[in-house]
Design a protein around this ligand. Structure first.
Ligand code: NAD
Length: 285
């Protein structure tokens, strides 16, 4: 039986990296969070403090003491070699730029000990686009979290044909250990499970509204009543933030690009970016 993963390093302290690091520390792992320089780390410290407050407010049973203990298990550094030199698992959550990710995996491939498992949180890249850069394709896979990990707690796990099944299983156990529901993909699929469903769904909703067939609120009402789902597609747009779907559509075919233009003109250019900006398809206080 392999030893459980207990020492975790997260590369990138942005939206997802900070959440993955805090969630792992909250569940008892010793966590190192790496980012590119000390200025960025000042912002990261604020993100972690804000996450501690959010957990104390939103996570059932979480006390202020639990959240402070999580912060105590978290170390921040801008020294990449030191960040990975004793990690059981490194989770990469840096910007979605293939060359940057490959460069970073090549560097940590030199710095990390042989035992270390590498994972990418990439939403759109397949792990096989990165695996050779790691120098250890048998100990590499994708481990994909959703935004607001403490609430939307799926962890999609996707290896390549080179991933050692024992490594895969250890990561499944790790995901469970930090409170995620592991979703095991049996082979590589762009978009994993969630985005394979969600992207076409949001696209179809935009077609209805942009084409003038139905108002966003009526599309949502239809979906909620007819399927029993708690949220309609435009409520989901507002949660995600409109920039992310825009960026996907604008790189798609001609029809997708028309939908991107519709989102931009009618919403994004008017500052309607979703819940974070106070208004998207709906208004928020
Ligand atoms: P982000 O822009 O919020 O954060 C990226 C962080 O990486 C920043 O703190 C930045 O300083 C840091 N960074 C930049 N270059 C770096 C380098 N060379 N080494 C280490 N850190 C570096 O991005 P994000 O939204 O957290 O996304 C990160 C990854 O997570 C992406 O691959 C994305 O596809 C994936 N992801 C994002 C979401 C989401 O909802 N935002 C959901 C699931 C997966």
């Amino acid at each position: 039986m392999s030893t459980p993963i207990s020492t975790v390093t997260v590369l990138g302290t942005g939206v997802l990296g900070s959440q993955i690091a805090f969630q792992s520390a909250f569940k008892g792992c010793i966590v190192t969070a790496y980012d590119i320089n000390d200025d960025v780390l000042v912002g990261a410290r604020k993100r972690f403090d804000a996450l501690a407050d959010t957990y104390a407010r939103e996570v059932a049973g979480a006390t202020q003491d639990d959240c402070r203990a999580a912060l105590d298990r978290l170390t921040l550094t801008s020294d990449l070699a030191a960040a990975v030199n004793d990690a059981d698992l490194v989770i990469e959550a840096i910007p979605e730029i293939v060359d940057l990710k490959r460069e970073t995996f090549a560097k940590i491939g030199d710095f990390a000990p042989a035992k270390t498992i590498f994972a990418t949180n990439s939403s759109t890249l397949l792990p096989s686009e990165l695996k050779d850069a790691t120098g250890r394709p048998d100990r590499f896979l994708a481990l994909h979290f959703a935004n607001r990990v403490w609430q939307f707690n799926t962890a999609e796990i996707m290896g390549t044909t080179d991933t050692d099944p024992d490594v895969y299983q250890r990561v499944v156990e790790f995901a469970k250990g930090i409170g995620m529901i592991p979703i095991e993909l049996h082979k590589e699929k762009a978009g994993y499970v969630l985005n394979s469903l969600l992207v076409p769904f949001l696209h179809a909703a935009a077609e209805l509204a942009a084409g003038g067939y139905a108002d966003p609120a009526d599309v949502d009402t239809t979906w909620r009543i007819a399927t029993g789902a708690p949220l309609g597609p435009f409520q989901i747009y507002d949660i995600i933030g409109l920039n992310t779907p825009y960026n996907i559509m604008v790189h798609g075919d001609a029809e997708s690009q028309q939908l991107a233009a519709w989102l931009k003109t009618n919403y994004i250019d008017q500052g309607k970016l979703g819940i974070e900006s106070g208004e998207g398809f709906y208004k928020y206080r």
